[in-house]
Design a binder for this molecule. Structure first.
Ligand code: MN
Length: 198
């Protein structure tokens, strides 16, 4: 059994305003994430997944061809991980320095932001734009829907949720403005630097 209290926001609902409103965070954390948790609990009840760590549920369900519910289990488990990672990767205008390893990998901090924005803007439909370490390389990748890099042995460093529920209350159809504010004001680069040590 997973509970929302295992995945707390590290700040108050109002902490990311005006770039992300309390209404958005309350819906996104208190309703969307809570629903993925409830769905996963319902799906894994009385199955071998019931007493397994979230990370292992994601890895196992991604490879599970026997269980007809495996895709649903994967989607909901991955969404719990993806959201917790997203929420814990933000703060309000703190830690503004992009780690030099990232700037160097992409040419400059501005070039990284440009490439990340291009990817996030071009993601068709629902999903996430990720910065990952894949082997030795840092890569910006788009993944559709709930898909998550930890299922592919990539190390997640940063993710931006571009499902409409992540921004529609605050930005309506203006996804590009959401991405700009995210990159300029919301990324916790100190957390990204910690993730780079993994
Ligand atoms: Mn979301």
């Amino acid at each position: 059994m997973f509970t929302l209290s295992q995945f707390p926001l590290p700040y108050a609902y109002g902490a990311l305003a005006p770039y992300m409103s309390p209404e958005t965070l309350e819906l996104h954390h208190g309703k969307h994430l809570a629903t993925y948790i409830k769905n996963l609990n319902d799906l894994i009840e009385n199955t071998p997944y019931e007493s397994v760590e979230l990370y292992e549920i994601i890895k196992s369900s991604a490879a599970d061809k026997q269980n007809p519910n495996a895709q649903k289990i994967y989607n909901n488990a991955a969404q719990i991980f993806n959201h917790d990672f997203f929420f814990k990767g933000m703060c309000n205008d703190c830690n503004g320095q992009i780690p030099s390893e990232i700037a160097n990998a992409f040419g400059s901090a501005d070039e990284f932001k440009k490439q990340f924005k291009n990817a996030a803007t071009s993601l068709f439909g629902s999903g996430y734009t990720w910065l990952v370490r894949d082997g030795e390389d840092l890569k910006i990748i788009n993944m559709q829907n709930a898909d998550t890099p930890i299922a592919y042995n990539m190390v997640p460093l940063l993710n931006l949720d571009v499902w409409e529920h992540a921004y529609y209350v605050d930005y309506q159809n203006r996804r590009a403005d959401f991405i700009d504010n995210y990159l300029e004001h919301l990324v916790d680069w100190g957390q990204v630097a910690e993730n780079l040590k993994q």
